[in-house]
Design a protein around this ligand. Structure first.
Ligand code: HEC
Length: 235
């Protein structure tokens, strides 16, 4: 175990920060701080902020796919070792830009609802308040990722809902650029989009289909979507 998580997190965030520094200081703060440091990030994202998010999505993806590859062989239980190896791979690969670009194709089977799957939350109706409360808790949970980020690190807290594009104004399922460009999916459900952010920007394994984590996070995202669109919601 030559790597400790703090080093790893610092390195990943350092790289993200360098990439973002010139366009979005506020966003960088939010990401770099891990916790909610949103001074100056109020209101809708500026053009620069949007550009930075687009950039971020690309960069996160490079890091995540590099991680996944390095981790794959080492996926065997030795967490510490797998992390170290994944990181070593990530170094080389993030440097070899063109090559990494070419490999920026997500494995759709990780993030698409399995055949015959029927989710335990509703996208067009109400969800149990307990489910939403659990989803909110997970939204702030950095332990879901391998890079120290929580969903809220990128998407904001206390209802300031940042990092979302205009597509998020439509009810699920709908088109999302990251899902289309990296996974070839025309439309995504809330649970599928959660899985995409798990494996790409959060650099983690997908959550268990039908498990309480995915179900509650997806239910929470349905309400965040309604809030984002200015519709009645239960948050
Ligand atoms: C490193 C930053 C980052 C983290 C962390 C992150 N996301 Fe995202 N998220 C993005 C980006 C970038 C997009 C893509 C926006 C686009 O393509 O329109 C996105 C898009 C989304 C969307 C789709 C919005 C829409 O238009 O429908 C949802 C839902 C979402 N994220 C949920 C989550 C959840 C849940 C988590 C935590 C498990 C999470 N995100 C973690 C960066 C992040």
């Amino acid at each position: 175990m030559s790597y400790n998580n703090d080093d790893k997190r610092r390195q990943l965030l350092g790289r993200l920060s360098r990439r973002l520094a010139y366009t979005a200081p506020a966003l960088m703060l939010a990401v770099g701080g891990g916790a909610a440091l949103h001074a100056g990030a109020e209101g809708p994202l500026s053009q620069a902020g949007k550009a930075a998010m687009a950039d971020l999505s690309e960069e996160s993806w490079l890091l995540a796919s590099a991680h996944a590859e390095g981790g794959a062989e080492a996926e065997a239980e030795a967490e510490g070792e797998a992390e170290a190896e994944g990181e070593a791979e990530a170094e080389g690969e993030a440097e070899a830009e063109g090559e990494a670009e070419a490999e920026a194709e997500g494995d759709v089977s990780d993030v698409q609802r399995p055949e015959g799957y029927s989710p335990a939350y509703s996208e067009d109706g109400e969800n149990d308040p307990a489910l939403l409360a659990r989803g909110e808790e997970l939204y702030y949970d950095t332990s879901l990722s391998t890079n120290g980020l929580s969903c809220a690190s990128c998407h904001g807290s206390d209802g300031n809902d940042m990092g979302y594009s205009a597509t998020f104004e439509q009810p699920f399922p709908h088109e999302v650029a990251m899902a289309r460009d990296q996974f070839g999916m025309d439309k995504v459900h809330a649970d599928e989009m959660t899985q995409i952010c798990m494996v790409a920007p959060m650099a983690a394994e997908p959550l268990e289909w039908g498990g309480e984590q995915l179900t509650s996070l997806a239910a929470y995202m349905v309400e965040v979507q309604r809030r984002f669109a200015g519709e009645p919601h239960n948050l």
